[in-house]
Design a protein around this ligand. Structure first.
Ligand code: SF4
Length: 397
């Protein structure tokens, strides 16, 4: 009877092993498909978001939390599925961001190199000329960027008539090149927003940065509601809203949920949601912050994609810290825009050549200017969209 153990002995040995070893040490052999399907079963709100054919604006924080807390592989895969339903997954918007007025800002944003309150070694400058902006935009266009963004470091546009006139000239000139144009100029009122719209502006960026709860730990010189008022002015003027946040400001995961909840419950979802990760700047109060982990970036992007299916999700500051594979994972999970060029405001930026290589390798292509114009109209409409996946093309940059 060699090799044949009495069944009772086998059972008692197994019992002994189970009693003496912690559960995680026990080895059980099987296939992945034998893993309990129950533990991976998506909750209903998750399924609803996965199956949705139109954006919704009445998200509760609890619902967003349920999606955010989904096991990351499930979440990223589902977000990728939603992304393919609402967008061409091969199309990535390439934006170049130029600082048109550097430093000397009166605000106290704890992460910012351009605040005059911190010793960061950054030299404040006056506003650049219209000609220098137009030549930078031309270079960006020649390298494949289809959106040109301009940022000025100041609190608001109050009393800046000359600046506004010059900026309108810049906007008009860039628009004449066939590019989309975005500006980020601090707080603006409705009249200023309308003037910019008339000059040809496509979008206005004004980030809410983080959740309402965490916001006072980051900035004290303007309130969350003031930020939301500027966003309302931009929307009312008929401009596209670009608003997002920064990860790594000492926040908790619940603040990522709060950030997404804020923008996902606006009267219309933002056309663009930038996801930045902090680039710590020595001399600022957040100069020694620990880096935000990649899984938080991926989770935030994937959740935003499921909750705001038509929005362009922008992989923004901090992209230089991501490997090629991490960036591609973000694209698979719903990110479809990047900043590219020589510099991103005051920090380093992934360059056009580098992006061209990645795009070619992974079958991506730069988004055309105004490719998402129809999408934007749908973003502000409550009508159910026609869902039709565009063919994937692999045109090189
Ligand atoms: S983020 Fe903008 S508003 Fe805040 S300090 Fe920097 S430049 Fe000023």
């Amino acid at each position: 009877m060699r090799g044949h153990r009495p069944q009772a002995l086998t059972v008692s040995l197994r019992g002994l092993l189970q009693e003496s070893k912690p559960q995680h040490v026990l080895r059980r052999y099987g296939t992945v498909s034998s893993v309990s399907a129950q533990s991976a079963a998506p909750p209903s709100i998750f399924s609803n978001a996965l199956d949705a054919n139109a954006p919704r604006h009445n998200w509760t924080r609890e619902e967003i939390k349920e999606i955010y807390d989904t096991p990351l592989m499930n979440l990223a895969f589902a977000a990728g599925t939603v992304h393919r339903k609402f967008h061409n997954p091969a199309s990535i918007q390439m934006c170049t961001l130029m600082n048109i007025k550097t430093g000397g800002c009166s605000e106290d944003c704890s992460y910012c190199a351009q605040s005059s309150r911190y010793q960061t070694g950054l030299k404040a400058t006056k506003m650049v000329t219209v000609d220098s902006v137009l030549s930078a935009a031309r270079i960006a266009k020649d390298n494949g960027s289809t959106r040109f963004c301009m940022g000025a470091a100041w609190r608001d546009m109050r009393g800046r008539k000359t600046n506004l006139r010059n900026i309108k000239e810049m906007v008009n000139g860039v628009r004449e090149m066939g590019m989309e144009v975005c500006v980020t100029l601090g707080m603006i009122d409705l009249e200023q927003a309308k003037e910019l719209k008339d000059a040809g502006l496509t979008a206005y960026n004004h980030n809410v940065d983080t959740s309402r709860e965490h916001y006072p730990s980051v900035i004290s010189t303007r309130t969350y509601d003031e930020r939301l008022q500027t966003i309302a002015n931009v929307r009312e003027a008929g401009l596209n809203v670009c608003t997002g946040g920064i990860l790594g400001l000492g926040e908790k995961p619940s603040d990522h949920i709060g950030l997404i909840h804020t923008v996902a419950t606006l009267p219309s979802h933002p056309e663009s949601f930038p996801v930045n990760t902090l680039v710590p700047i020595k001399g600022t109060p957040m100069g020694d912050n620990a880096p935000s982990p990649f899984d938080a970036t991926l989770r935030t992007i994937a959740t935003a994609r499921m909750v705001m299916p038509r929005t362009i999700i922008r992989l923004a500051a901090g992209r230089t810290t991501l490997s090629e594979e991490q960036q591609v994972l973000c694209f698979m999970a719903g990110a479809n825009a990047v900043f590219t060029g020589e510099k991103m405001l005051t920090t380093a930026c992934n360059g056009w050549d580098e992006d061209r290589v990645i795009f070619e390798k992974w079958g991506l292509r730069p988004m055309e200017s105004f490719e998402v114009e129809a999408l934007r109209e749908l973003v502000s409409s409550s009508a159910p969209p026609p869902i039709e996946e565009k063919p994937v093309t692999t045109a090189a940059a």
